[in-house]
Design a protein around this ligand. Structure first.
Ligand code: HEM
Length: 455
């Protein structure tokens, strides 16, 4: 397959445009170390539907689970996807589309995410985890401080390349990670243009953004061009190639294939990586949870590699990942554009309104959780795991929910279980870590760690 793509200057200029909803919300999200407390207070004070006029734009903030259900499940076609400012990341991949086009693109890829496939993927997840363990052993020897989201991003990218594409990672993930951040930190688009680094004025120019975009655009062609590791037949990459060759889906052309890869390399890495990084932070702060994960791994797997059956038995480790996504949902807000007028709880929704579903808010609300700010993995086990629908939305809901959510749980449960059995990652950053609520919920300035081996 031959592909070529040059960065589109218009996309670059979109950075910092005031039309981006993340940017529009900036004034509400600046200030405290956790800016989302301001939105939490608004939800408490003004209820489930909060129309906010932000200059040129009307945003309708939804904070109640029944309204999440209305938008995602009852009337999904009346609320369409929203991707202002993120075109460089996603191109025209399926995550950005609606209606029949979205369906035609998603359908041929869906089988790669069927739970029956996970057993096939596990050896490749393990191979990537082993590579990470080798590098952590060196980092433990050197004693240097590492940024954990970058560490887990490179692991997640390696897992995707090996398991879904049948490739060794053909790019430098640390370099790509840094480039991608130029785009995903949407809320800072304006401020990154003039930012202080080490006391010096530092300007991110269109040229820097163009370079980042060029790097990102170059990644899918490298994946396509790399040699297969094992010539496996049932991979996501093969399904994408088959879709390109299928005349009954003309919209699935070569550019579509490139954009699908971009989408997976972002949606499948950033979110998975953030969850694993935050779970390492939480278990570093709660050593009793880390010890319980180690004991569970020993009991379930002993000295052998975990299998698909073991994944079900790692119940506590899975609960830690679920609790991590409750406290730090990587996608903290789902955004749609109203394509039709609506009335929600007596409040008008106009065509064109940006409708923001504040998932973080329900995850942290005392209405739905006992001691919502506490880290309590046990709330996900046994009878305690029963929930009011739509109060927990790490993977969204309805037909547009995450295609890779279940798979990411397998990746993260295995990675957390295995890494903690060999290492004791020590968090050495500020307490609590600051939060940067951009497209994803990221730690402000990253999560610095020192890696220690267990004796
Ligand atoms: C902890 C890990 C993950 C989280 C928290 C997460 C979260 C989400 C959320 C919230 C959505 C829906 C967005 C919306 O409705 O606007 C979504 C969609 C999506 N995710 Fe994930 N995701 C994760 C892992 C993955 C993985 C591993 C993959 C693939 C390798 C993936 C691929 C996608 C794709 C392609 C979509 C768009 C689906 C569509 O529009 O039909 N995600 N994800």
């Amino acid at each position: 397959m031959t592909v070529a793509q040059s960065p589109d200057r218009a996309d670059i200029r979109e950075l910092g445009e005031e039309s981006s909803v993340w940017f529009t919300l900036t004034p509400l999200l600046k200030g405290p170390s956790n800016p989302l407390t301001i939105l939490m207070q608004m939800a408490e004070r003004y209820g489930g539907v909060i129309p906010v006029n932000m200059g040129h734009q009307r945003i309708v903030l939804l904070t109640a689970p029944e309204h999440f259900k209305r938008v995602l499940v009852t009337k999904p076609d009346d609320y369409i996807k929203y991707f202002d400012g993120l075109k460089p990341i996603f191109g025209k991949s399926m995550i950005t589309h609606d209606g029949a086009l979205w369906q035609n693109i998603r359908m041929p890829q869906q089988p790669a995410f069927h739970p029956d496939m996970f057993a096939e993927y596990i050896p490749y997840f393990l191979a990537a985890i082993r590579t990470k363990m080798e590098s952590w052993t060196r980092l433990a020897d050197s004693g240097e401080t590492v940024e954990m989201v970058e560490q887990t991003w490179t692991l997640a990218a390696d897992m995707i390349c090996k398991a879904l594409f049948d490739r060794e990672m053909p790019f430098n993930p640390h370099f790509v990670f840094k480039c991608v951040k130029t785009y995903t930190n949407v809320m800072n688009h304006k401020s990154i243009r003039l930012k202080k680094v080490a006391g010096e004025e530092f300007e991110i120019t269109e040229e820097d953004a163009a370079k980042a975009m060029e790097v990102w655009a170059g990644v899918p062609p490298q994946v396509f061009a790399a040699d297969p590791r094992e010539e496996r037949e049932r991979t996501l990459l093969k399904m994408i190639e088959a879709a390109v060759a299928d005349p009954s889906i003309p919209e699935f052309d070569q550019q579509q294939a490139v954009d699908e890869l971009k989408q997976y390399l972002w949606a499948g890495t950033e979110t998975t990586a953030l969850t694993l990084a935050w779970s390492l932070y939480l278990t570093a702060k709660h050593p009793e949870a880390a010890d319980r994960i180690r004991r569970e791994g020993e009991t379930v797997c002993g000295e052998r590699d975990p299998t698909a059956a073991d994944y079900s038995a790692l119940a506590y480790t899975r609960a830690v990942i679920q609790e991590t996504m409750r406290l730090y949902p990587p996608i903290w807000m789902l955004i749609r554009v109203a394509a039709k007028p609506d009335m929600i709880d007596g409040k008008e929704v106009r065509v064109g309104d940006r409708v923001a579903l504040f998932a973080y808010g329900t995850h942290h609300s005392a209405k739905y959780w006992e001691n919502p700010e506490d880290f309590v993995p046990e709330r996900w086990m046994g009878e305690a795991a029963k929930r009011i629908p739509y109060t927990y939305l790490p993977f969204g809901g309805g037909k547009r929910s995450c295609i890779g959510g279940a798979m990411s749980q397998v990746e993260n449960v295995l990675a957390l279980s295995i890494l903690l059995r060999r290492f004791r990652p020590e968090y050495v950053g500020p307490e609590p870590p600051g939060i940067n609520a951009t497209v994803t919920l990221t730690p402000k300035g990253g999560l610095p760690f020192k890696i220690k081996t267990l004796s």
